[in-house]
Design a protein around this ligand. Structure first.
Ligand code: AMP
Length: 411
């Protein structure tokens, strides 16, 4: 399958070509045609599936074929939970619309609103926004939403997790009743289904497992080690493996700071990214990491959500998350868009119960090893287990990322 058969215009095909994409990803193949037919779409897709292009390409095509109004009111609104994700979506919109006469911009909180207000005044066809700042600027009469033709709710599950339900409801009340709605979510809880039912009209359901779901492309391994020796071990891995781009997850913001400082002291360039960092600091850290100026980015779950760092070779769980689904999200940062990657977890005695939960979710056992010189001191039984004993694989259950989908809501 090639992009030529999806019904996209030459201007978009040129932009796709410039990006270097040759084949549409499954979600793009499935989502683009019904969106171009102006249908509402409910898509289950995680970051890493190519979902951003999946909604951006047809959205741009629809807008470019429609009438360009003189004042350029917002005609497509993309709502997304985090600032980073919003910035990345705008980057995509800009790249794909390079050969089109369409204006786009992003607004999010945590930064001065004056430049955003000025930008809106000039007129913008596609607005990417986080809910809070959008409402804020709407209250200030800096924008009107009465011409919105297409609404995209990206990472809808995250938006609900982050408490945006009320903001979303308020935003919906500001939009014209007649519009096209696209809702993207990685999981489908009762709340998401309720939200989708309230917004979408006879939606076409499309779903795509991420190309990089656990198992196939991501080599996952756990290393048993005492908590207090984890820093030493991770530095050993990075230094001896000469890893150049590593995303490391910690459970706390404080832990992220501490680890990043210790890495720097050990001569490994590192930066921490979490909710207490200013937007400027986060953007700088992410930029440095993408450019290769920073080898290690230490992040908390919330900060890492939706980060688009293509072809990340190494993800390390310095600590395991206590929510098993977060593990799947974390390791989804590696082996993206077809490339292979490695996800390793440093696991202390206290975290063994999390391993069980994760294995239940994945439907498989994770390979476990102990590095010589780093044997855990408090668990003799595991200590003595050769790695191969833990390698046995049970028959996999259905993939974790599809287990919450309720097929009934396809109707
Ligand atoms: P997303 O799921 O939208 O965050 O996209 C994940 C990554 O895949 C991004 O780095 C995209 O630039 C890349 N990507 C999107 N579509 C394609 C494609 N058709 N072929 C190769 N890479 C793609």
């Amino acid at each position: 399958m090639s992009f030529n058969t999806l019904g996209l215009s030459d201007a978009l095909l040129r932009a796709i070509d410039k990006k270097g994409y040759t084949t549409p990803s499954p979600i793009q193949e499935k989502a683009i045609p019904p969106i171009l037919e102006r249908k509402d779409v409910l898509a289950s897709a995680q970051t890493g599936t190519g979902k951003t292009a999946g909604f951006t390409l047809p959205l741009l095509q629809i807008l470019s074929q429609g009438q360009i109004l003189r004042k350029r009111p917002v005609r497509a609104l993309v709502l997304t939970p985090t600032r980073e994700l919003a910035a990345q979506i705008l980057e995509n919109v800009k790249a794909y619309s390079e050969f089109l006469d369409l204006r786009s911009m992003v607004i999010f909180g945590g930064v001065n609103d004056k430049p955003q207000i000025r930008g809106l005044r000039n007129g913008v066809d596609i607005l990417v926004a986080t809910p809070g700042r959008l409402l804020d600027l709407h209250n200030q009469k800096a924008l009107s939403l009465s011409n919105v033709e297409i609404l995209v709710l990206d990472e809808a599950d995250r938006m609900l997790d982050m408490g945006f339900q009320r903001d979303i409801n308020k935003i919906l009340s500001l939009l014209p009743k007649k519009r096209q709605n696209l809702l993207f979510s990685a999981t489908f809880s009762k709340e998401i289904k309720k939200l989708a039912n309230g917004i979408l009209h006879h939606p076409v359901w499309v779903e795509a497992a991420p190309e990089n779901t656990t198992a196939e492309k991501v080599d996952q391994k756990i290393y048993r080690v005492d908590q207090k020796r984890k820093t030493e071990l991770i530095i050993k891995f990075i230094a001896e493996g000469n890893w150049q781009q590593v995303l490391v997850f910690t459970r706390t913001k404080h832990g992220a700071n501490r680890l990043s400082e210790k890495m720097s002291k050990a001569g490994i360039t590192a930066a921490a990214i979490h909710g207490n960092k200013s937007q400027g600091a986060r953007t700088k850290a992410l930029g440095g990491f993408k450019k290769g100026a920073i080898r290690v980015l230490v992040a908390t779950d919330i900060a890492a959500r939706g980060l688009d760092i293509p072809l990340l070779p190494h993800v390390v769980n310095f600590e395991l998350p206590n929510i098993s689904e977060d593990y799947v999200h974390r390791i989804g940062r590696t082996g993206r868009a077809g490339a292979s990657g490695e996800a390793i977890s440093l696991v202390s005695q206290e975290e063994l119960s999390y391993v069980k939960g994760i294995e239940r979710l994945l439907g498989e056992k994770l390979k476990s090893e102990v590095i010589e010189g780093f044997e855990p001191t408090n668990n003799v039984e595991h200590n003595n287990k050769p790695a191969s004993r833990n390698n046995s694989h049970r028959k996999p259950k259905p993939k974790s990322n599809t287990r919450n989908y309720n097929r009934r809501s396809r109707r």
